[in-house]
Design a protein. Structure first.
Length: 88
C-alpha cells in the first residue's frame, strides 16, 4: 500500500506544484507523479535543514512537504533551462 500511496500523493503534489508554477500545460500525468515524488524527497530534505521532521505527521503534512519540494524542483528546472510557461 505504501508504494501506491507514494504514487497518489506524488501525482497530486506534482499537479498542484505545476499549477502554482504554471507548467501544467507542459506536463502529463507521469511527469506530475515523478515531480511529486522527487519533490517529496526535496521537501523533506529542505524541511530537515530547518529542524522540521515531516515524516510520520500524516497525509496532509506529506502532501504539503511534497508540494513544497516540487515547487522548488520546478523552480530550479526553470532557472537552469530558462524555460517560461506556455501562454494560454
Amino acid at each position: 500500500m505504501g508504494f501506491l500511496l507514494w504514487i497518489i500523493i506524488g501525482g497530486i503534489a506534482g499537479w498542484i506544484a505545476s499549477m502554482i508554477m504554471k507548467t501544467d500545460a507542459q506536463q502529463g500525468v507521469l511527469l506530475n507523479i515523478l515531480v511529486g515524488i522527487v519533490g517529496g524527497l526535496v521537501g523533506g530534505w529542505v524541511l530537515g535543514l530547518f529542524g522540521f521532521q515531516p515524516e510520520g505527521n500524516g497525509l496532509i503534512a506529506s502532501l504539503l512537504t511534497a508540494v513544497l519540494g516540487a515547487v522548488i524542483l520546478l523552480g530550479v528546472v526553470r532557472a537552469v533551462t530558462g524555460r517560461r510557461p506556455l501562454p494560454r
